[in-house]
Ligand binder design. Structure first.
Ligand code: PEP
Ligand code: MN
Length: 646
């Protein structure tokens, strides 16, 4: 059972609760959460739980019905995020809003092979490097791995590219050698999922563990193995679906993707998918990797080899680097559809100013990012997606206020919507970018806007008469509203509408907003995904004051690949045509060209342009600077708004 303690519980009260539980033979784990502290009491429930409920300091008692306790969602309702630091002061998080990709060969074969593989997979966007040094092979005559030598090659290659390393442990006797060679994540292979002695030893070690699903294991057996790790003392467990044995022989195993949504409801632990061992056939792996991400996996782990034909193990399933590159590009495109971002490693090692290093620490929460609206707004979602928990969202009343707060240094960043795929540009913000000359764009993020109908308890689609939302939200759901004949009421933001409907608590009123608002304002989600067009995206840019030179480094884990600039042209024939020729010569493909009237100069216009910087450019900032110098001979006024990664 789980005992949720009152916020003001005293040490003495806590001691009394623990004493009673111990006397009933429970093993106790104390977990301090953000909002409350809980005691997990594991053991056979042979007492009336009311005995615990009445103790001073106890807020509530939740019995856990599952055989696995610490792994269950009942025990911990919020998702676990496993944090893995790299050697560049960055933390890779598995289980948050970012999709992580782990890649590398099946086995470490040589130093050259690992260095080459690490270069290839990191260039495509892998955030961790895999490679087996101890290989559990079906045949004792097959290559068994290089052992300690392999661990050294793996670590060296990982460190060179800022990639933490993942490798399989086949026996507890290898813990010391793996520890001394800097293994970051211990993989428990499918064949060892029920090696309980190994699990107990690893649990005690406290290092992150990837626990693969056994060849013939049920989900419950798998979670019982996770329970061994958790009950031995670690909380850093990542589950990995890698396919199970069925009667099918066309693929090596059968990838059970349905385990992902099942696990989501049963456990708080992150889930990644290994399509390589599941499918076993190179060409069939990319679609399954994408399917895993679409099904909600927190990441993928795949085998990549620069010369698969020479691979000493699992050659048939080793992806060519180009195939991995394609998977990563597709995952980037898929991520916003499911409300996520893709994790990246910083391009190169940087020594950050002292103040910034602190900003990356999870608990300090000193980085503030302003957004327009209230808690639950789409812009707040964009902040979570972009910064994860590095930045704290701060409400602002208007876009202008965000710009002002950033300039004044009250917040470091602002999250500004710039364009919606159905409603078009947010002109107000283009104009703000013109007016605030000391603001730069330091990043961009696109999120999918999925609207839901939120109503008080007891309301039905039929009882509702009025729907409240921002005019954009109402317009984007006009078909649904028309179908049910609802009357509409405008509110200043979608979240304000949800708050209002929550306060009214009237079954004839509902709000149209992001489903996250339901929890915030005590409403139920009556219908999810009611927008006319499910391809509804909003692109946000992240702004910072340009006197804080270091801002992009905090966010920009990758080499910049976009630039935004504004320019005006001379008033003569062909002026815009000539200007665009400069873009062409610099091989800058334009994602966007937008014109806005220049205040105080009738019939003169600013042109805003987003450009894609070619990937082979070594120094994007210098490249854009040089380009602007050439542009000056054609354009009149030019302002660079930012060079950033998107
Ligand atoms: C591996 O990842 O190299 C491996 C052996 O996987 P599994 O344990 O899933 O077969
Ligand atoms: Mn393998």
């Amino acid at each position: 059972m789980v005992i949720v303690l009152k916020n003001d519980v005293s040490e003495n009260e806590k001691k009394n609760i623990k004493t009673l539980l111990k006397s009933k033979n429970f093993k106790i784990n104390e977990v301090k959460g953000d909002e409350s502290t809980i005691l997990a009491a594991v053991g056979r429930l042979a007492m009336d739980i009311r005995e615990v409920e009445v103790l001073p300091g106890v807020a509530k008692v939740v019995p856990i019905s599952k055989p696995y306790k610490l792994a269950s969602r009942e025990f911990k309702p919020e998702n676990t995020v496993v944090e893995i630091p790299n050697n560049r002061g960055q933390i890779i998080r598995i289980g948050g809003s970012r999709i992580v990709s782990i890649a590398g060969p099946c086995a470490v074969e040589s130093r050259e092979q690992m260095l080459e593989a690490a270069a290839a997979v990191s260039a495509s966007g892998a955030v961790m490097l895999r490679g087996g040094a101890y290989k559990p092979r079906t045949s004792p005559y097959a290559f068994q791995g290089l052992g300690e030598e392999g661990l050294k090659y793996l670590k060296e290659a990982g460190e060179k590219y800022g990639l933490p390393v993942v490798t399989e442990i086949v026996d507890a006797e290898y813990i010391p050698v793996m520890e001394s060679n800097g293994v970051d994540v211990y993989q428990v292979g499918a064949r060892n999922m029920q090696n309980f002695e190994l699990l107990k030893r690893l649990g005690k070690l406290g290092k992150p563990v990837i626990l693969k699903r056994g060849l013939c294991a049920t989900i419950q057996e798998w979670l019982m193995s996770a329970e061994y790790l958790l009950s031995s003392g670690t909380d850093k467990v990542i589950l990995c679906e890698r396919g199970i044995r069925t009667y099918e022989t066309a693929t090596r195993n059968t990838l059970d993707l349905s385990s992902i949504p099942v696990l989501r409801s049963l456990t708080h632990l992150p889930v990644i998918v290994d399509p390589s061992h599941a499918v076993g056939v190179r060409d069939k792996i990319p679609p399954m990797a994408l399917a895993a991400v679409a099904a909600g996996a927190d990441g993928i782990i795949v085998e990549v080899h620069c010369h698969p034909e020479q691979a000493l193990s699992d050659a048939a399933q080793a992806l060519y680097p180009e195939q991995f590159e394609k998977i990563m590009r597709d995952v980037e495109a898929l991520a916003p559809v499911i409300g996520k971002q893709v994790a990246h490693i910083r391009a190169e090692e940087k020594t950050e100013p002292k103040s910034l290093q602190g900003e990356e620490k999870k608990d300090s929460k000193r980085v503030l990012c302003a957004f327009s609206g209230k808690k639950g707004a789409y812009a707040e979602q964009a902040i979570f997606n972009y910064f994860e928990d590095v930045a704290e969202p701060v409400e602002a009343d208007s876009f202008d206020e965000i710009f002002q707060e950033v300039v004044d240094g009250k917040v470091q960043y602002g999250m500004i919507p710039i364009e919606n795929s159905t409603a078009g540009s947010v002109y107000n913000n283009y104009d703000n970018l013109t007016r605030y000359e000391d603001i730069s764009i330091v990043g961009a993020v696109t999120i999918r806007v999925e609207h839901s109908l939120l109503a008080p308890k007891g309301a039905t689609l039929e009882s509702i008469k009025h729907v409240y939302s921002h005019p954009q939200g109402l317009a984007q759901c006009s078909n649904f509203i028309k179908k049910y004949g609802y009357k509409t009421v405008d509110t200043v933001s979608t979240a304000t509408g949800a708050e209002l409907v929550g306060e009214k608590n009237d079954i004839s009123c509902a709000a149209i907003a992001n489903a996250r608002n339901a929890k915030l304002y005590g409403l139920n989600v009556l219908r999810q995904g009611i927008e006319n067009d499910p391809n509804n995206y909003t692109r946000f840019v992240i702004i910072a004051a340009n006197h804080t030179k270091n801002s992009p480094k905090l966010l920009g884990e990758q080499k910049p690949n976009r630039a935004t600039l504004m320019f005006s042209t001379k008033n003569e024939a062909g002026a815009l045509y000539d200007t665009l020729g400069v873009f062409k010569n610099a091989k800058l493909s334009m994602n966007r060209l937008e014109s806005r009237p220049i205040a105080g100069k009738p019939w003169k216009y600013w042109f805003y342009s987003d450009v894609v910087i070619p990937s082979d450019v070594k120094n994007p900032v210098k490249y854009i600077d040089d380009f602007i110098n050439v542009l000056k001979s054609n354009a009149e006024d030019i302002r660079l708004l930012g060079v950033y990664y998107e």
